[in-house]
Design a protein around this ligand. Sequence first.
Ligand code: ADP
Length: 404
Amino acid sequence: MKILVINAGSSSLKYQLLDPDTKEVLAKGLCERIGIDGHLKHTPTGKDVFDADVDLPDHEVAIQEVLNILQHNHYGVIQSMDEIDAVGHRVVHGGEEFTHSVVIDRKVMKGIKECIPLAPLHNPANLVGIEACQDVMPGKPMVAVFDTAFHQTMPPKAFIYAVPYRWYTENKVRRYGFHGTSHQYVSQRAAEMLGRPIEELRIVTCHLGNGASTCSVKFGQSVDTSMGFTPQDGLPMGTRSGAIDAAITEYIADQRGYSGKRVENVLNKESGVLGISGVSSDFRDLEAAAAEGNERAQLAIDNFCYKVTKRIGSSAAAMGGVDAVVFTAGVGENSATLRAKIMEGLEFLGLKLDPEKNDVRGKERIISTDDSPNAILLVPTNEELMIALDTARLVREAELNGAL
Ligand code: ADP
């Protein structure tokens, strides 16, 4: 089986063609500057890379170019479009309606549209991606996989904010959580690596990339997560503040004469570790600057690690304990120093990091000591594979039920 995975942004489109059964990636790529001019980078496994400007006036043309290059006689990996069995789409927000991945039909499209106010930048782009695929590949089964769906198992006490209840019932204000596909994938892999059923494990997953969130995965289900109504909540990130005292917004607007929009923009784009350090949002730059004695870069790192540490503690408390902690995404997969700093002070939870095993990058590995009562693991995330697996499963089920 071959599944095309699409992650459409407003001016970009990432894709991967993979086989969910062998987990083999046949090709992956990125269309950029859609609607501006256009650039396509296509990386077929075991073949030459195509990397050039290509006219991409809209998403439909971008999808068509992706299909063309997938079938190209030099850069291609398939003979014809018929070899693509289904398309899996990443969709950012599924609100409360979508608790699982779903086969896309008219009703699903309407549901995704209804979630636009909750994700005004992302859902419209995801919809454009789906519609472009439908136009270029009419009749091809398509599945939507939501960033929020995995967290829909959170109990009300975890997702409700302590604000007037009508803000929830009338305005949909609640914790939704994001990175769900990643948290689900790495928790499942961690259980497999530990050789134990996920139904008996309490796992704290730490997705630490440009965006960062933690999740309490109890017996395979999300029961709490650090991101909230938007991805702005929770941990400090590359450029996002994470959770702050809500009163700061109004105070700083008064003090600095900013509009509400401008404050929001600063909290999203000029805060986080970039805001504290004034150096960079990239942890590699911060570690280099800190090593040269830059105190604010060091403070940004210390603040980030301290908050992740505290969050692991509270994530464990949400489950009455913890059997495993998992690190993933850019920082979690690559920085042994940050992982070590985060785990300092968590030995009281029976989590002992092995400095030698921790000396690793981007590879699946158990990095706790042999005598650690609970496990610490590094699991590179693979959202595309998770989307392909869900797509394949749902399309096979629908075919069996005669729904396709
Ligand atoms: P995104 O959330 O955009 O998908 P990623 O998960 O790719 O982000 O993470 C990107 C971040 O990972 C970079 O901004 C950088 O801070 C961090 N990162 C990548 N490699 C390293 C490294 N070797 N050491 C420390 N941080 C790293």
